[in-house]
Design a protein around this ligand. Structure first.
Ligand code: AMP
Length: 534
């Protein structure tokens, strides 16, 4: 994998350079990262052999913004295993156990333990999701991991690094059928994405002396943007912890201390920062490139940002986890953000084409293409399209296929996004054709929340909608038909349901409001009338 080769070269050339720094002051140099990841890789080799795990079984890495998390990711890649990153603050413990259950027998690096209890004590729950019993997992807690990277003899360097079509990582995203689904990204996808991403705005920003800002938790593919580019380029990745992001004053202080030169975030996070007048070029004097992905970048956001950072470039990029972070990009100009047209997402990267499908044959995956300017489903064809969903052939078959690209059959993914290509080949994204929504940059399948509600004995039927209050403010609302007589006020009953959901759903998937109804409104053809609810 070219990525690993680049990191080893940086470690040999400048071992004392900071590879990863964290807003709480921790950091790790390239030399330390290389050494720690080699030791972890060799530990994975030994454990895989001892426990008779399969040679490419996924490895769960659980924790938060921590240099040791990154060392574990690299250790997995170096030993030929894909890593499954799970952020302790975005993924409730029960959901993490569900993911472990899906992954099955594996090594689990518990870089941090949840206050709700170690994952090691929840293997029965994991087993109920399809995983094995506790002996099926090899847990490595923080203490053991620290001992391993400081004292273990690294003379045996793993020779099994992932490459080509091997899996590099599996990121679990919200799944419409009620459980998260794992997107399997290969080593080639990763390398292909990274090489292109480094070229976005490169005329402006130097890369090897760059400090890439990391906002997103490692369990979201947005974080792959800055993690992969920083380490590939021999630059520094600066991670903002949840604690630094949760408090407005702390956030501004941490941003000021970060020295960030390249900003990577969702537009929602930039909007949050823009609300503070201190956020500008004085706070981040070296920041000259803003990379956005994950949701629509609004014209007004780009305009306000440009005003605060007059000499910075702003890039809008588009892509789903299923095609390795992003596949199109554009540098947003003042002409673009002052026009009435919503910002477009630019042109595809080399090695990728966007097809707009008027129709897709479900059996053959053949696409009837739309004309320029005509709306249809966005289909991505190219060298960063993932292998599919982990152990979900049914879902993979529905969304992934192959299409011809320059005379060759190449992997393709139907995104569920609606959009069009203009005459200049720019992609315009106009929303979803299904029940997936984005809230503050988080990808949410409404169906997963509905399914989680419907599993509660108190609930007979449920529908969840995204209610848009204004351009910049939306929230989730659950409409519920109760299965039992309600004894408390609707407010209290709603709170009780939300508490139950919190066990398995991330905080951003918990509806703000629960409305009890005698029945859900129906359209004439018998479907839930979501428009009426929203
Ligand atoms: P995720 O897998 O979390 O990265 O979410 C992917 C989805 O986010 C896409 O399928 C789109 O619906 C949305 N998305 C990503 N980038 C953009 C963008 N630049 N503009 C509009 N929507 C976007």
């Amino acid at each position: 994998m070219k990525y690993l080769d680049c990191i080893s070269r940086h470690a040999a050339g400048d071992p004392n350079k900071i590879a990863i720094s964290v807003s709480d002051g921790r950091c790790m140099t390239y030399g330390q990262l290389e050494c720690a990841s080699n030791k972890i890789a060799s530990f994975i080799d030994r454990t895989t052999a001892r426990k008779e795990f399969s040679s490419a079984s996924p490895v769960v890495v659980y924790g938060h913004k921590d240099p040791l998390m990154v060392a574990c990711f690299l250790g997995c890649l170096k030993s030929g295993h894909p890593y499954v990153p799970i952020d302790i603050h975005s993924v409730p413990r029960d959901r993490a156990l569900g993911i472990m259950g899906q992954v099955g027998p594996s090594i689990v690096f518990e870089v941090e333990s949840s206050s709700a209890g170690s994952l090691a004590t929840g293997t029965n729950e994991a087993a109920s999701h399809g995983g094995g019993c506790s002996s099926s997992y090899e847990f490595v807690d923080r203490g053991e991991l620290e001992r391993l990277v400081t004292t273990d003899d690294a003379s045996a360097i793993s020779a099994n690094a992932v490459s080509g079509d091997d899996l590099a990582y599996i990121i679990f995203t919200s799944g419409s059928t009620g459980a998260p689904k794992g997107v399997q990204v290969t080593a080639d996808c990763f390398d292909n994405f990274c090489q292109w991403a480094l070229s976005i705005g490169s005329q402006h920003a130097s890369r090897e002396n760059a400090v890439f800002l990391n906002q997103a938790p490692f369990s979201f593919d947005l974080s792959v943007y800055e993690l992969s580019q920083a380490l590939w380029a021999g630059a520094t990745l600066h991670c903002l912890t949840k604690q630094a992001q949760d408090d407005a004053r702390e956030l501004i202080r941490s941003l000021g201390d970060s020295g960030a030169t390249i900003w990577v975030s969702t537009p929602s996070f930039a909007e949050l920062c823009l609300a503070n007048l201190e956020f500008g070029a004085e706070l981040l004097p070296r920041c000259d490139l803003f990379l956005f992905c994950g949701e629509a970048l609004r014209n007004t956001t780009a305009a306000r940002l440009q005003e605060r950072f007059p000499s910075a470039l702003i890039a809008n990029t588009y892509g789903p986890t299923e095609s390795t972070v992003a596949v199109t990009s554009v540098i947003v100009t003042p002409e673009m953000f002052t026009s009435n047209e919503p910002l477009h997402c630019g042109v595809p990267k080399p090695g990728t084409e966007i097809r707009i499908a008027k129709n897709i044959d479900e059996d053959t995956f053949s696409v009837e293409e739309a004309e320029a300017g005509e709306l249809g489903e966005i289909v991505i064809v190219g060298d960063t399209v993932a292998r599919g969903y982990f152990q979900r052939d049914d879902l993979t078959q529905r969304s992934f296929g192959e299409l011809l690209l320059n005379g060759e059959r190449v992997r393709a993914y139907r995104t569920g996004d609606e959009g069009f290509l203009d005459e200049g080949g720019n992609l315009h994204c106009r929303g979803r054709i299904d029940l997936q929504v984005k809230l503050n940059g988080f990808r949410i399948e409404l169906g997963e929340i509905e399914e989680s509600l419907a599993r509660l004995p108190q609930v007979k039927e449920a529908a969840v909608v995204l209610v848009k209050k204004s351009e910049s403010s939306s929230h989730l609302e659950a409409h519920v038909v109760s299965a039992v007589p309600r004894v408390e006020s609707d407010f209290r009953e709603g709170l009780a349901l939300k508490e139950k959901l919190k066990k398995t759903l991330p905080h951003y998937m918990i509806p703000k409001k629960v409305v009890f109804r005698d029945a859900l409104p129906m359209t004439p053809n018998g479907k839930i009338d979501r428009k009426a609810l929203a």
